[in-house]
Design a protein around this ligand. Structure first.
Ligand code: HMG
Length: 416
């Protein structure tokens, strides 16, 4: 059977960053609560002229530059911070990237899970038409109310993936474990720009979905834990991946690594490797827990914050960019979206994947974000753009695309 999966992948984020040490100082909180308690150092925050469209276009542009648009007849845009109730955000990306007219473009939603639904749909399209390629984009701005426990877990980011036959990065395997349950752990009503969350319930709902999806994967004839070399999780905050890993170890009876990075990922980590990892087990060692990539897959996310639909795939970028021993290895991916859906699926890493590393570019983009003072951050957070009158946004972003404002109630985008 022709392998189908991810041929190319890119991560983009916002212009601004909020440093959780500044946040802790302003709130009188011990900074260790964020670094260790949540496993987060910073969160990305969009400039007034950025949103899910500008980040999505910035992520997809290098992929189109590298391999052109030939054979791309579908764009699936996964987001839960959409910019319109009717029109798909992907239409603006299509325009910004000058993609061909002969395409179908839709937006998909189920909290943080929907990028995985889009990815599986893309695999289905390519299975039927192996000459086609599908652009899957996950882009989100995670926003909670000020002065709530969710606030330090905000973030912003986009991941674009090209799905094709004979992919150069990841071959997606056919068996998936699925779990759905109607639960009010996290949601965002139509009239609210911030999410409503029951934090404690959301953590147990996530772990329950992991149990259900793993059990279903086994029932469907999926691989045993011993046959899975690395595991990636949806990362609303990186400590959640650690909680999930402890949970999976309990479910499977396997001794798995549970260490995430203990401190800030140093600037320049593009050259130095995942410094700050508390301890690292080895694949071959007979003593100690097995290294399934928990530490390396959380390096980008602890600087990005929660990027909702993009979060799991930002974890994939981090693993691919930091683990030099992935060729031929099987990765397990657990996708979770509140509400709730969980899916556990697996993929094989294609030899030669390391030639696609974006480590230097991603690290440079994270380092280049402009820090916000707490006053500036709170003012920006409180800003709601009126949609009923024409308005121009200030030119702030250094990214390649910008949201120029609203004209005749329509959102206007342009190249920077
Ligand atoms: P909180 O009030 O910060 O909780 O809320 P806490 O006071 O229990 O502290 C958190 C951890 O920090 C605890 O560790 C403390 O012990 C530790 P844990 O018991 O979890 O291991 N701590 C410290 N550690 C070191 N030094 C210190 C210190 N002080 C405390 N000085 C909560 C945490 C996650 C609930 C909150 O941030 C929240 O509501 N976040 C948003 C919801 C969320 O992310 N849920 C995750 C699962 S749901 C999901 O993933 C879906 C989602 O992405 C949405 C979607 O699907 O679209 C959210």
């Amino acid at each position: 059977m022709t392998p189908i999966g991810i041929d190319d992948i890119e991560l983009a984020t916002s212009h601004h960053v909020v440093r959780l040490d500044d946040f802790a100082a302003a709130n009188g909180t011990d900074p260790a609560k964020f670094r260790l308690g949540l496993g987060q150092d910073e969160f990305s925050f969009p400039a007034p002229d950025e949103d899910v469209v500008t980040m999505a276009a910035a992520a997809a542009a290098p992929i189109i530059e590298r391999s052109g648009a030939e054979g791309i007849r579908t764009m699936l845009f996964a987001t839960e911070s959409g910019i319109d109730q009717s029109k798909a955000a992907g239409m603006a990306v299509h325009s910004l990237l000058d993609l061909p007219s002969q395409m179908r473009i839709v937006e998909v939603k189920e909290a943080c899970y929907s990028a995985t639904a889009a990815l599986q749909a893309a695999v289905g399209i390519v299975t039927r038409s192996p000459g086609q390629r599908v652009l899957v984009i996950a882009s989100d701005v995670a926003r909670y109310e000020l002065d709530t426990p969710g606030e330090p877990t905000q973030g912003a980011g986009a991941v674009a993936m090209l799905v094709s036959a004979d992919p150069e990065l990841l071959e997606i395997e056919p068996v998936s474990g699925l779990n759905s349950a109607d639960v009010d752990d996290f949601w965002r009503p139509n009239d609210s720009s911030t999410a409503i969350v029951d934090g404690a319930l959301s953590v147990t709902a996530y772990l329950d979905a992991l149990t259900g999806a793993w059990t279903d994967l086994s029932a469907q004839g999926g691989p045993a834990m011993a046959e899975i070399d690395r595991v990636l999780y949806h990362q609303p905050f990186t400590k959640m991946a650690k909680k999930a890993q402890v949970h999976l170890a309990g479910l499977t009876g396997e001794d798995l690594d549970t260490d995430i990075v203990a401190g800030p990922v140093p600037s320049g980590s593009a050259e130095t490797g995942p410094a700050g990892v508390v301890s690292s087990a080895s694949d071959s060692g007979s003593t100690g827990p097995r290294d399934t990539g928990l530490a390396t897959s959380t390096l980008y996310n602890r600087r990005l914050g929660n990027s909702y639909t993009a979060s799991l795939y930002a974890g994939l970028c981090s693993l691919l960019d930091h683990d030099e021993d992935l060729a031929g290895r099987r990765i397990g991916l657990f996708s979770y979206g509140s509400g709730s859906v969980g899916e556990f699926f697996t993929a094989r890493v294609v030899p030669g994947y390391e030639q696609h590393s974006s480590r230097q570019a991603v690290t440079a983009a994270l380092d280049a974000r402009v820090p916000l003072s707490m006053d500036a951050y709170r003012a920006l957070h409180a800003t709601e753009l009126p949609s009923a009158e024409d308005v121009s946004t200030p030119k702030v972003t250094a990214g390649p695309f910008r949201f120029a404002g609203v004209k005749g109630r329509a959102r206007i985008y342009e190249r920077s």
